[in-house]
Design a protein around this ligand. Structure first.
Ligand code: ADP
Ligand code: MG
Length: 691
């Protein structure tokens, strides 16, 4: 179904002055006539410094033109003009709603925001939670409409992309950037790898939208610069199926364009002359160019392919789409020329005609059916061909056999004929010879006939083989067509709602992995270090034990081996701590006549052993003390106890504590004594050695 040719709707929204940065209002709006008119004000400062005029002729022309613009009054009319007091909701209801509704009916729709940076494009598109922009209004409306519709079943997907520096980035799939465009015969321009998310509720879409926005902010350090230079396209795909299974498919493009101040044609030309084309927002420039060409209305080449934006939005401009351009402007005198340039763009855009039509999708099942029939037909053809092929081949083989028989027989007769001929010299055998000759000739004749038949069969075999090959090729083509059909019939939905969350989780995981990989490097490094240290230590220990065993060979015989030095006053709880220095002492005695270094090492060892034992005793004491305390703590806090019992328990506690203290001090004393004794033994030994 086709709507009549539609011109693109163009409306203008003027935002309030942004105080205190902006100066006075220089435009008046007449909403009843949908017109906007500039207030001529010679007191406003000129847009360029006149002393710069002679710089180059381009600039000079620009300055002249700006002056002329500036002095006269400028008036424009549009489909609708919105004043600072109009809300985005109101703009949606009046200007965008009809487009959104037709998308549900299977048309394509596009809503553009055009204007200089800070003129209110994003404000109008997204808005705030309190004052929603046209995007949230559209989404709310779509879900409201489909919930009230019982004759159709709807499927909705969304995608969100940005074009920055002529690169297409998927805002809903972090890391997915510089996507490629593919032209598909059946489905037009496709963005390869752009994720589409199936959605079922308003909140879900808003969550997705916010995710995309955050992702966009996250990517760039200077978000303001980034957003003024990038275009974003939020797409809503709506598939509807009626009770008879008829499908339609509509796509709504919500486009927030880059700031149009980058579009001053003189600056563009100047930059081009200077070779600084990187500064030009190519997409926006081409968009203006495309609009100009479309506005001329002539049959001519439209340069859609010159930029990513116009390629993606080809259908929305002069194609199969209903479209509205909302031009946002600032009322301030300081923005006069930018506003004027926006209004001029808007005027040209007003005349562009589109040719909207419903995207009816021939039912999947009937198309598949058709393909299946085709495949079946080809298959039966293949069967027949195959059978003929086998038959011809068989006949051919039979003939070859038959021919061989003829040849053999003919050869026999020929031989016989030859023999009879020799014999005939002696006797008259002419009758016999004649007979043989006839038989031979008959056979040769038959042979020739069969040979012709064989050749015929062989050429048939060849042509059948060719048919067979062609069929196989054909079959492949049809299969591929069927697969493409199934793939391309609907938007390729790579990510569902569940997957969307998975996607976020995946992002977090990637970040975490990055983080962990960083840490891992350090962990591995430390491990390596530890390993190298421990091997060094092991090597040292080996070296040391060799020296030790060498020393032991020459050492004194052990003095008091196995003296299991039981503690004299071994108390109950310190009982198993064996306070002795025997092992160290023995070691020392065995190596005492070695170097003085070793003597020092041994004394160190004794000290260590002493420290170790005293630590053991202290720990044991502390443990016993605290368990005693815990026990009594529990006892005395029992609610049924009277005061006397508590006093009794407390006394018992301090008695046991005292006992423990005594045991501890006792052990410590033994330790000290044993230590001193050991040292004394050592000393005696050393002085004996010395003398
Ligand atoms: P753009 O996207 O065109 O660069 P923004 O939408 O970010 O501009 O708007 C710039 C500033 O102006 C923002 O602070 C925004 O809140 C404010 N603004 C824009 N339009 C309006 C409006 N119609 N009413 C009130 N404030 C507005
Ligand atoms: Mg913006």
């Amino acid at each position: 179904m086709k709507l009549r040719k539609e011109t693109i709707k163009v409306c203008v929204r003027m935002r309030p002055l942004l105080r205190p940065y902006e100066d006075e209002d220089v435009w008046t709006i007449d909403q009843s006539r949908n017109s906007i008119c500039s207030i001529s004000n010679p007191l406003l400062s000129p847009p360029l410094d006149l002393s710069q005029i002679s710089l180059n002729s381009l600039k000079e022309r620009d300055v002249r033109r700006r002056y002329t613009d500036f002095l006269g009054t400028q008036q424009f009319n549009f489909d609708k003009i919105y004043s600072p007091s109009d809300t985005s909701q109101g703009i949606y209801e009046q200007t965008c709603k009809p487009i959104v509704h037709s998308v549900l009916g299977g048309y394509n729709g596009a809503i553009f925001m055009y204007g200089q940076t800070t003129s209110g494009k994003t404000y109008t598109m997204l808005g705030t939670p309190e004052l929603p922009g046209v995007l949230p209004c559209a989404i709310r409306d779509i879900f409201k409409l489909i919930s009230s519709e019982s004759d159709y079943e709807f499927n909705i997907w969304v995608s969100y992309l940005e074009i920055y520096n002529e690169q297409i980035n998927d805002l809903l799939s972090p890391g997915s950037s510089n996507l490629k465009i593919k032209e598909d015969k059946r489905f037009g321009v496709q963005i390869v790898g752009l994720t589409q998310h199936q959605v079922w509720s308003f909140d879900q879409v808003i969550m997705i939208m916010n995710f995309g926005e955050e992702h966009r902010m996250y990517r760039e350090t200077s978000i303001h610069e980034h957003s003024s230079r990038s275009h974003t396209i939020f797409r809503v795909y709506v598939e509807s199926v009626d009770k008879q299974g008829k499908r339609t498919f509509g796509c709504l493009n919500l486009i927030d364009l880059a700031g149009s101040e980058r579009l001053n044609e003189f600056e563009v030309k100047e930059q081009e002359q200077l070779g600084e084309t990187g500064h030009i927002n190519r997409s926006l420039f081409v968009l203006a160019h495309v609009i100009n060409k479309l506005a001329e209305g002539k049959q001519q080449h439209i340069p859609y392919r010159d930029s990513k934006l116009t390629r993606i939005l080809q259908q929305a401009l002069g194609g199969n789409s209903l479209a509205v351009i909302i031009c946002t402007i600032s009322p301030a005198g300081m923005n006069f020329h930018q506003t004027l340039s926006t209004l001029r763009f808007a005027t040209r855009a007003k005349t562009v005609q589109n040719d909207p039509q419903i995207n009816e999708i021939t039912d999947d099942s009937s198309s598949i059916q058709q393909y299946k029939l085709e495949i079946d037909k080809l298959k039966s053809e293949l069967d027949i061909n195959n059978q003929t092929l086998v038959k011809i081949d068989k006949q051919n083989k039979e003939l070859v056999k038959q021919l061989q028989i003829y040849i053999d027989e003919a050869n026999t007769y020929k031989e016989a004929l030859k023999n009879s001929h020799i014999a005939s010299e002696n006797s008259d055998k002419s009758g016999e010879i004649k007979q043989l000759r006839e038989k031979y000739n008959a056979l040769v004749g038959m042979f020739e006939e069969e040979k012709v038949k064989k050749n015929l069969l062989e050429s048939e075999l060849k042509s059948q083989n060719k048919k067979f090959e062609e069929f196989m090729q054909n079959h492949k083509e049809t299969q591929k067509q069927l697969e493409d059909y199934l793939k391309g019939q609907r938007p390729v939905v790579q990510v569902s709602e569940g997957n969307f969350i998975e996607n976020i989780v995946a992002t977090i995981n990637t970040e975490l992995t990055k983080e962990l990989t960083g840490n891992k490097i350090w962990i591995n490094k430390s491990k390596e270090l530890c390993e190298s240290y421990s091997s060094e230590i092991a090597a040292l220990q080996d070296k040391y034990s060799i020296i030790l065993s060498k020393i032991l060979k020459e050492a004194l015989p052990p003095q008091s081996q196995n003296s299991e030095n039981e503690l004299p006053n071994s108390s109950n709880i310190f009982q198993d701590i064996h306070i002795n220095f025997t092992t160290v002492l023995e070691e020392f005695l065995r190596s005492a006549n070695s170097s003085s270094d070793l003597t020092e090492i041994m004394i160190e060892k004794l000290k260590k052993q002493h420290e170790n034992l005293s630590l053991q005793i202290e720990n044991r004491y502390e443990k016993a003390r605290s368990s005693l305390e815990n026990y009594y703590q529990k006892q005395v806090t029992r609610p049924e106890l009277d005061a006397a019992t508590i006093t009794g328990l407390t006394a018992q506690h301090s008695e046991q504590l005292q006992d423990l203290r005594n045991q501890y001090e006792n052990s410590m004393q033994i330790l000290e004594e044993t230590y001193l004794d050991t040292l004394k033994v050592l000393d005696e030994f050393l002085s004996a050695e010395g003398s």
